[in-house]
Design a protein around this ligand. Structure first.
Ligand code: HEM
Length: 484
């Protein structure tokens, strides 16, 4: 098993030293408490899918803040089930189709910037900034129906670049004390800003909807109208979302995923989301969706620049597909681009933005036939980065080889070793959205521009040591040319 941490130069050395000594299951200290890392694919399936009822929750979040305590990602037990089942239909393919035009139109700024750089001799661009602008615009329009102006950007930046001491306090200080000083991990000013946008829009929409004049397709509208459906309809939505995942699940996995949300025969929770719950999900989608997607785009482009043959094959596929429709990109053409999908899949293997996933045991649990007891309350970590770089599953793991994900090879991947969007009923609800947004951006830029290694391109990439659980690197400089 390879290393399980942000891949800085130091941790790579530590990994080299410890490789072979640690194995696939090991205990760690999680702050002051013991935790366990499980990297065996069969046991991962056990924890994430089969025994999901025991491992439903992540690490508890220490806040009673009326919005932050309602994030889907941090809800627990029945409350998580209620909100996830209401929110799930927001991400089905038909809803994504309605967001296609927002995504497509948001790429114009990006193309303009690339055009300017390509016109310079030896022009180069920072991919993180380029794609940060695009994903910020897309998610601002999809979640808050708003253009990302400078005030929006300032507040948004505070949501994911808050100082380390905030996180440190959150991990180390008891909740009653944090509550008594009204401390929150996310900065209050930024939360107030998003609250006022959202409440204003909700009120305006309620008035507009009463007059039946306009229909919107963004998350805000979908969440305002969302209500808990019957179990048949919830199952249909879950199946639709699972179909977007990389590995076709077996029938028993599908059933387990569906049952996790529908197994309450008498449902007595609220059927709709209240105002705070809507706002919480919009802020959450924004903060988890912005950086993961912009990083994915930046890493994809970096890999293409360093692998010109792959870039050329991708360019040919894109141009051929678009030309078959008089040069116009439409929603149905996106899934036809098989090589594009393989490029993104391989980038997500090589540079998965979420390095490690977590679940918390709700009761004492015997881990398969290992004889290990995971005690109630213990945090179990799934080392995604390590699995994706393990040579027994991915030979020559540091090489970029999109063909691993083409038909014929893809089916041979060992189940539960490829987890960029997690797995089981609590997997990433936004995977389909992220993939569509990424594909549209790549189609737009690669059809027009060619990316090349420039003087300041770093090989290999250097990552920031503060990454976990998100992979972070400072900037990614790449040269830009027009296709001849
Ligand atoms: C490349 C982009 C993205 C990656 C790699 C990614 C990855 C992940 C991963 C690994 C998890 C944890 C899954 C688990 O524990 O099994 C997760 C959870 C989640 N993601 Fe994403 N994500 C991405 C984009 C998005 C977007 C765009 C959205 C929303 C619009 C989103 C919303 C969420 C939510 C709400 C959760 C928590 C789900 C729950 O607890 O029920 N993600 N994501």
């Amino acid at each position: 098993m390879a290393y399980d941490s942000a891949p800085t130069q130091l941790t790579i050395w530590l990994a080299v030293i410890s490789a072979g000594l640690i194995g696939t299951i090991y205990l760690i200290y999680d702050g002051s408490k013991p935790g366990i890392i499980v990297g065996d694919p069969n046991l991962i399936k056990q924890i994430m899918v089969k025994d999901f009822h025991i491992f439903t929750n992540r690490r508890p979040v220490k806040t009673t803040h009326p919005i932050m305590s309602k994030f889907l990602s941090s809800l627990v037990g029945e409350e998580w089930k209620r909100v996830r089942s209401i929110v799930t239909p927001t991400f089905t393919s038909s809803k994504m189709k309605n967001l296609f035009h927002i995504m497509k139109n948001s790429s114009n700024d990006m193309l303009e910037k690339l055009g300017k750089v390509a016109a310079e001799e030896n022009g180069e661009i920072d991919l993180k900034k380029l794609y940060g602008g695009y994903t910020m615009n897309v998610i601002a329009k999809c979640a808050f129906a708003t253009e990302a102006d400078s005030e929006f950007e300032n507040n948004a930046t505070q949501l994911f670049t808050f100082p380390f001491w905030r996180k440190f306090l959150d991990y180390t200080v008891p909740m009653w004390w944090l509550d008594s000083i009204k401390f929150t991990v996310l900065p209050q000013g930024a939360m107030d800003f998003f609250r006022s946008i959202t409440v204003g829009l909700i009120n305006q929409r309620v008035r507009t909807n009463q007059q039946h004049t306009e229909h919107y397709h963004d998350f805000l509208e979908l969440l305002m109208n969302a209500k808990r459906l019957g179990s048949g309809e919830i199952s249909k939505s879950i199946k639709d979302i699972d179909d977007a995942s990389f590995r076709k699940e077996t029938d028993d996995e599908k059933t387990l995923n569906q049952n996790a949300l529908t197994d309450t025969t008498t449902y007595d929770g609220k059927k709709k989301l209240d105002e705070n719950e809507i706002l919480a999900q919009c802020v959450l989608f924004f903060s988890v969706g912005f950086e993961t997607s912009s990083q994915l785009l930046a890493y994809c482009t970096y890999c293409l620049a360093l692998n010109p043959d792959c870039q050329e094959t991708l360019h040919d596929e894109i141009v051929e597909t678009i030309n078959s429709n008089q040069g116009e990109l439409n929603y149905n053409m996106v899934p036809k681009m098989i090589y594009l999908d393989a490029i993104i899949s391989e980038t997500l293997r090589l540079y998965n933005p979420v390095l490690r996933m977590e679940r918390q045991a709700s009761e004492n649990y015997t881990l398969g036939s290992t004889g290990i007891t995971i005690e109630k309350g213990m945090i179990v970590g799934i080392p995604v980065w390590a699995l994706h770089h393990d040579p027994q599953y991915y030979p020559e793991p540091d090489l970029f080889k999109p063909e691993r994900f083409l038909a014929g090879n893809r089916e041979r991947l060992v189940p539960y070793t490829y987890l960029p969007f997690g797995t089981g009923p609590r997997n990433c609800i936004g995977a389909r959205f992220a993939l569509l947004e990424t594909k549209i951006a790549l189609i737009k830029v690669v059809s027009k521009y060619r990316f090349v290694e420039s003087k300041t391109t770093k090989i290999p990439l250097r990552f920031l040591p503060v990454g976990r659980p998100l992979l972070r690197c400072e900037h990614i400089a790449i040269g830009v040319k027009k296709w001849l």
